[in-house]
Design a protein around this ligand. Structure first.
Ligand code: HEC
Length: 124
């Protein structure tokens, strides 16, 4: 009986563990991205594929984006707002990498850009 209870509680614990794991992956396309910030997050999300230097085709470099968004620095809610715009995209110009971002990741990336889009190890 005791052994059975122990086994049951072990099963319950295992179940709880897997539920936690499910909870993590539930917030759609989240991999390790919830742990990452700044340029590491941008790298992880593939942003540098187009916005690196040199940029791909007509994508602006992160330097140019940072210069463009600099005016929003320190503005409350700016990153979330711009993140939403990025996700929404434009009707005639679909960029999947933008649209598939979660709200949270888009906000974090926009905050990083607004703050200067500094590469890792330069204090950003
Ligand atoms: C497949 C190439 C590609 C990838 C990958 C990509 N972008 Fe872009 N991005 C573009 C292009 C092209 C533009 C310019 C859009 C325009 O001029 O209408 C742009 C524009 C932007 C802008 C300016 C807002 C706008 O709509 O013009 C921001 C901010 C931005 N990208 C952030 C990101 C972030 C953050 C990532 C990583 C999640 C990312 N991009 C990944 C191609 C890409």
């Amino acid at each position: 009986m005791l052994a059975r209870i122990t086994r049951l509680s072990l099963a319950a614990r295992l179940l709880r563990c897997s539920l936690v794991a499910l909870g993590v992956s539930h917030a759609a396309p989240v991999f390790a991205e919830s742990e990452l910030t700044g340029s590491a997050l941008a790298l992880h999300m593939g942003c540098y594929n187009c916005h690196g230097t040199p940029a791909r085709r007509d994508a602006p470099t992160f330097e140019r984006l940072a210069a463009h968004y600099e005016k929003l620095r320190g503005q409350a809610g700016a990153a979330a707002r711009e993140g939403e715009e990025l996700r929404r995209g434009e009707p005639f110009r679909r960029i999947v990498a933008h649209e598939q971002l979660s709200a949270d990741t888009a906000t974090k990336l926009m905050q990083w850009i607004i703050d200067g889009a500094k590469p890792a190890g330069s204090g950003g």
